[in-house]
Design a protein around this ligand. Structure first.
Ligand SMILES: [Zn+2]
Length: 260
């Protein structure tokens, strides 16, 4: 045994030496509470990265089971999970980091259970694959003043935006209403490539870490779109673009998706 410099490497050593995060960020992150709505392609990567980063609590919400066609992009699952059709929320994040408190809810987010599921969280993460559920999350987040991170991906194209209620435009400032199903391409109809899913989920996870570690003030009001196939990136300043929008959600506070 040697002296004071023989301390065993810590789990988070490589994170806390990053100056903008640091030990204070790690401490705050370890008390952070996040809900991930949907444990598909986005939700798997979100849960994986946030568990490894040392978030305090992850509440995973999904009513679906694992199938073979999920495996190319849903990184928490394997062939045995698909063969047994295990619930997507059943895979144990605790095996990645036993210090994270994981709560699993095998339900679909709906107006009836939404308020209860987010009552005690600091952040809502969008792992869904449809706009009606995102509009419900947006109503819920704005009404309860909870930050949330939107993301969507189809093909090789992805988009993401962070919503800080009261400080940045909400999803309905940008998208007036959910597109009709015939105009809303999905992973089922238009396909999806795993790198695009993982890339946008990683961007979401970074926003989650910044918010939960106490750096929400550094979040910028941008809708970011990228195409992993061509490598192109576009950013729209939504604070400028939506300044005059009379938003039914965040301006008029009519929460029609929460109270249909
Ligand atoms: Zn709005």
């Amino acid at each position: 045994m040697s002296g004071a410099h023989s301390r065993a490497p810590g789990r988070f050593d490589r994170q806390v030496v990053y100056e903008r995060f640091g030990p204070a960020g790690q401490e705050r992150l370890s008390r952070g509470r996040a809900i991930i709505v949907g444990v598909g392609g986005l939700g798997c990567t979100l849960a994986d990265l946030l568990a490894r980063s040392g978030v305090g609590l992850l509440r995973l919400v999904d009513d679906d089971v694992v199938a073979l066609e999920n495996l190319h992009r849903q990184v928490l699952f394997d062939e045995a999970d698909a063969a047994a059709a295990v619930p997507k929320v059943a895979r144990r994040i605790a095996r990645i980091n036993g210090q994270v408190r994981v709560e699993t809810v095998q339900e679909r987010l709906a107006p009836g259970n939404a308020a209860k599921l987010v009552a005690d969280v600091d952040l809502i993460l969008d792992g869904t694959d449809n706009f009606p559920t995102r509009f419900l999350i947006n109503d819920l987040a704005v009404k309860q003043n909870i930050p949330w991170v939107f993301a969507g991906v189809v093909g090789a194209e992805a988009q993401t935006m962070t919503i800080l209620p009261g400080r940045t435009p909400c999803l309905r400032c940008v998208f007036d209403s959910p597109p009709p199903p015939c105009l809303d391409p999905t992973c089922r109809s238009a396909g999806v490539l795993a790198p695009a899913v993982v890339a946008v989920a990683a961007a979401q996870a970074m926003e989650a870490i910044r918010i939960l570690a106490g750096h929400a003030e550094s979040i910028s009001p941008y809708l970011t779109k990228f195409d992993l196939w061509t490598g192109s990136l576009q950013r729209m300043n939504v604070a400028e673009a939506c300044a005059d929008v009379d938003c039914p959600c965040c301006k008029r506070r009519e929460f029609e998706f929460l109270y249909p």
